[in-house]
Design a protein around this ligand. Structure first.
Ligand code: GRA
Length: 383
């Protein structure tokens, strides 16, 4: 595999870096503190093509590929991890529509997602269904003119602000996995209520609850066929997990950069603290974990760009990247001491934001389960 980046990929990465440093960085600390949702930045990211990397030109994308998506996401997350969540909220539904939608649905719904005009999200998790997706209870009952949704989705990124959502619900519970279906739904409908939920980190990315109470949706909302939902969900998660891994790598990098810069400047006991082996130990581990995660993510992205199965490789990348982000932010906090603990500097934000990567898009334990079960021969990850 060749990780020499083409001029096109370098240009996409540099555009994202430039945008992140000029447009996102100046207000990152304030946005985190005040839990600001910056709709205009989300839209600008669309205008710059960040959501279109993995979408064909016919639907408004650039088709640059998954490696481009990984590079762009890393740059955004390095500056403000919460802002990379918006990439997945647009790309997840757009890719599911691209892969499983009818032509009319793709033509109508994908371009506004890619431009950042329609703000979206995907809703899988419920109060009693996190890692165990099939345990969800939301139902979609077929009526003559469409479906009626009932149930509650929780911890949904963008729920308080999204215009649309990819909703997973049972059309036939007795068929278990095979009774789940996927719907692309306009969220401004009667019978839907929302509530913002507060979290430890990623404050600039609003998270919330969606409650459907006899919410009627048209039959044309169904993606694929009834019963395709679990397959679509697993497929979609495999795409968004990769971009999530890239976000964790960006955050690990930010923490490592802060730690190195501080270690090179802070003096104690008559020398720079970087001279102490205990600091060097942390920095060496941070670099190795971050680089390992990046190489795993690049490999998974290259496989996707060659249209090869990559579920196993994505799980390895997501797991390694989430743990690298958690390790790097924890280590940076140790190295910076009170300056790391202080809310006047960004390292405590890295620490809070990093925890989310061990939870979202399939927890670290779920990724380990997918990897181990594949290696043990119980359940193939790439099928
Ligand atoms: O044999 P079959 O016909 O019944 O089919 C089975 C299997 O072949 C059936 O599903 C099929 N299947 C798949 N098909 C295609 C399973 N995996 C795949 C696949 N990858 N592709 C049932 O299979 P099973 O293995 O018995 O399923 P299970 O044990 O119920 O679940 C498996 C697993 C635990 C991996 C799954 O439930 C899972 O991935 N859980 C984690 C949930 C998750 O990732 N949630 C994320 C929520 S969204 C989020 O976090 C948004 C954050 C946004 C951000 O920050 O970016």
């Amino acid at each position: 595999m060749d990780f020499d980046l083409s001029d096109e990929l370098i240009a996409a990465r540099d555009l994202a870096r430039d945008f992140a440093e000029k447009e996102i960085a100046p207000t990152a600390a304030k946005d985190d503190r005040e839990r600001t949702f910056r709709r205009e930045l989300v839209r600008q990211m669309g205008e710059l093509g960040f959501y279109g990397c993995v979408i064909p030109e016919a639907y408004g994308g650039s088709d640059l590929g998954f490696l481009a998506l990984v590079l762009v996401t890393e740059e955004i997350a390095r500056v403000h991890s919460a802002m990379r969540v918006f990439i997945n909220m647009q790309v997840g539904p757009a890719l599911a529509l691209l892969e499983f939608g009818a032509e009319k649905q793709k033509k109508e719904w994908i371009p506004p997602l890619i431009r950042g005009e329609t703000l979206s999200c995907f809703a899988i998790t419920e109060p009693d269904a996190g890692s165990d997706v099939a345990a969800m209870r939301t139902t979609a009952v077929r009526k003559e003119d469409g479906y009626v949704l009932n149930g509650t989705k929780i911890w949904i990124s963008n729920a308080p602000v999204a215009d649309t959502a990819l909703i997973y619900a049972y059309t036939n519970r007795s068929e278990k996995h095979h009774g789940l279906s996927a719907f692309y739904v306009d969220l401004n409908r009667p019978g839907l209520s929302r509530r913002r939920l507060e979290t430890m980190g990623a404050h600039a990315s609003p998270v919330g609850e969606l409650t459907f109470n006899n919410c009627r949706i048209p039959a044309t909302s169904l993606i694929g066929k009834e019963g395709d939902g679990f397959k679509i969900c697993m497929w979609q998660l495999n795409q968004t997990r990769l971009s999530c891994a890239a976000g964790a790598i960006g955050l690990a990098r930010a923490a490592r950069e802060a730690a190195v810069s501080y270690a090179n400047q802070r003096e104690q006991f008559g020398q720079k603290i970087g001279q102490f082996q205990m600091i060097q130990d942390l920095i060496a581990q941070m670099v190795v974990h971050e680089e390992s995660a990046r190489l795993l993510a690049y490999r998974a992205a290259c496989l996707a760009d060659r249209r090869q199965a990559n579920n196993l490789e994505v799980s390895m990348a997501k797991y390694t990247a989430a743990e690298a982000a958690a390790f790097a932010s924890d280590s940076a906090l140790k190295i910076l001491g009170a300056y790391g603990y202080s809310t006047e500097f960004p390292v405590e934000r890295y620490f809070r934001d990093a925890k989310s990567y061990q939870i979202v898009e399939g927890s670290s334990n779920i990724q380990k389960l997918i990897i181990a079960q594949d290696v043990l021969g119980y359940r193939k990850a790439n099928r």
